[in-house]
Design a protein around this ligand. Sequence first.
Ligand code: WT7
Length: 649
Amino acid sequence: MTPNDLDALLRETRTFAPSEEFRRQANYSDESIYEEAARDPEAYWAKEAEHLTWFQKFESVCRWDPPHAQWFIGGKLNAAYNCVDRHTLNHRKNKAAIIWEGEPGDSRVLTYDMLRREVDKAAHALKQLGVQKGDRVTIYLPMVPELPIAMLACAKIGAMHSVVFGGFSAQALKDRILDAGSKLLITADGGWRRGKVIPLKQNADEAVEGTPIEKVVVVKRVGDAANAPMHAERDVWWHDLIAAAPTKPFPAEPMDSEDYLFLLYTSGTTGKPKGIAHSTGGYLVGVNTSMRTVFDLKDDDVFFCTADIGWVTGHTYIVYGPLSAGATVVMYEGSPDYPDRDRYWAIAEKYGATILYTAPTSIRMFMKWGPQYVEKHDLSTLRLLGSVGEPINPEAWMWYHKYVGQERCPIVDTWWQTETGCAMIAPLPGIVTTKPGSATKPVPGISVDILDDDGNPVPPGHGGNLVITKPWPSMLRTVWGDDERFRKTYFGKFEGIYLPGDGAYRDQDGYYWIVGRLDDVINVSGHRIGTAEVESALVAHPAVAEAAVIGRAHEVKGQAITAFVILKEGQSASDDLVAELKQFVVEQIGAMARPEEIIFAADLPKTRSGKIMRRLLRDIAEGRVVGDTTTLADPAVVEQLKSQYKDQE
Ligand code: WT7
C-alpha cells in the first residue's frame, strides 16, 4: 500500500474530537443517528428521501433481488428539477448556485434563477436536435459552466449523460461513445490548462469517426476555431443554439425513480472500461443526504470542490449533491499552480469558501511547495475540510489540518467509489473523533464489513476485503450493456454482498483503515487506471510482444505506473523507444496513464499456469526483498529482472 505503510498506520494514535464550537452548530451532534439508521435502514432512507421533491411519491422503499436493487419504487421525480427549478420557488431564487472561475481569471456567477433559464434553453435546444428520454449524450468539456448546464439539460429531458474527462484521448473518447451508443456529442473548441489550450475539438473530430454521432455541439471557450474548423453538416455552436432556443420554461420530464440518470466510465481489471449506470431516485437521495451528514451543509455555506466534473467526485459534489441541496458551489477551470501555486487559496479567499474538498495527491503537492502559499491568504471562512480519492497518509492529514484548517476545521476523509455514488465511509464531523489516515466508520444507513477470502469476518487489526453488506440507494444499478460483468465484478466473490475491490482493516475502536486496491487497478493521483488498459495499449505498439504494468509507490501521486515490456524479436531497446511507447499510451488513453518508467525485460515472472505475478514486479520496482517465488515457473526470471531494473532505472 502506498504512500501509507501499514505499520505506520497501526501506530497512529493521534485523535481529533470535534470542537465544542463545531459540535454546537453541526447538523448532527448526537450519536443516536447511527443506531437509528442501523435499526431500520429503509425507514432512515425513506425519511431522507423527503428532502427531495417528488412528482409522485414512491410506494415502497427497497426491493433487493441480489445483485439488483430498486429504490423508492413507483416514485417519480426529475433530477434537474430538484437541483434547479425548485430552488427558484423559494428564498434561494437569487442565491448563487454556481460561482465559476476560469483559469485566465474570468468569472461567472449563476444564481438559481439564472441557472434555471440556462438549463431550460439548453434543454429546448437539445430536444430540437432530437435528444429524447433514454438517449445517451456524450459530453467532453472543460470545466466551464456549460458542463453542468449540459448535464442538467440532459437530466431535464430524461436523457442520460456520459461525461468523459477532458484529459482522455481521442481514442478513449471514441471507445466510450461507441459503448454508450451516443448520437450527440457536446464538446468545446478547447480548454485552458496552465495557460495552454487543450485541443478538445481536435480530439473530438478524431473520436467521432466511425461512431453513431450525428451532431457535435461546440462550446466556444478559447477561440481556437482555426485549429478545429466546424464541419458544416455536423457541427453547431452552442451559443448559436442557445440564442435561437425558446426562452419559455422547459417542463421537467417525470422520471421513474429507477430510470438511469447517467453513465460514467471507470476502469476495471480488464482493458475495457465499465459504464457505471446510476439511477435517478436512489442516486439523488444518497448524494443529497451526504451533503447534510458528511458535509454538514448549511444554507450559507460556500462549497469548493476541486475535482473535475469528468470524475464521479465532480458529478456528486459539484453538481448533484450541492445543487440538489440548494448550496453555493465554487467551480474552477484550471490548474492549482496557475498563474501561481496559491490559486486554490486565492479562490477560497475571494469567494469565502466555507467547505473545501480536495485529494491527498494535491495536499502532498502543496506540502512540497511549502506552507507560504497557503499562509498568504485569509482562509478564516473555512470551517470544514474533506479528502477523497485514495488513502490519506497521516503526514498529509496533519499538514492539511495545520495549514489549511488552521487546527480549527474538522477533516472528513471520505471513502467511496464511482460505483457507490456518494461517500460510504466518512465521519459525521460533529460527532466522530477523527484519526489521521482513517476514513473512520460507515455513514448512517450503510453497512460495511471486512471479510477474509472465505467470507468470514476478520478480527480487529487484520486485513481483508472491504465489503458493503446491504444495498444502498446510490449504488450502481449495472454496467452498461454488460449485466453479467456487473454481477461477476461486484457480487461474484460473496453472494449478495458488494465487493468494492479495496483492502482494509478495522482497529480496536472499530475504525476503518483503507489500505488500497486488492485488484489490478492502480490509483495515480486519485485517478483509477486498470493495469490491463495500459498493457493492451502497449501491446498494440508494433515493437511490443508483451507487457506487464504495475503501480509503484510515488511520493506525490500515491502510485506511479511502471511498465515491464518484452520487445518483439529484432527490436532493440532505446531511449527513443521509451519516449515513443509513453506517448503511444498517452494517445490511446490520456496523459494520466503515461507510464513513469518503462523497463525492457527479457522475460516476466509467471506462474506455471502463465499468470504474471505482479506482486513480484511491485517488489522489484519498490526495491523490496522479493517475496515468495516458489510458484514461479522459472524463479531465475526474478534475478534477471532485478538487474535489468537497476540498469535501466
Ligand atoms: C477508489 C475509487 C470516490 C471518488 C474518487 C475516486 C480509492 C477513494 C478513498 C479514501 C482510501 C479511497 C479506493 C476506491 N479511494 N477514496 N478516502 N480512502 N481510498 O473514485 O475513481 O471510482 O476510485 O479510490 O481505492 O476503490 P474512483
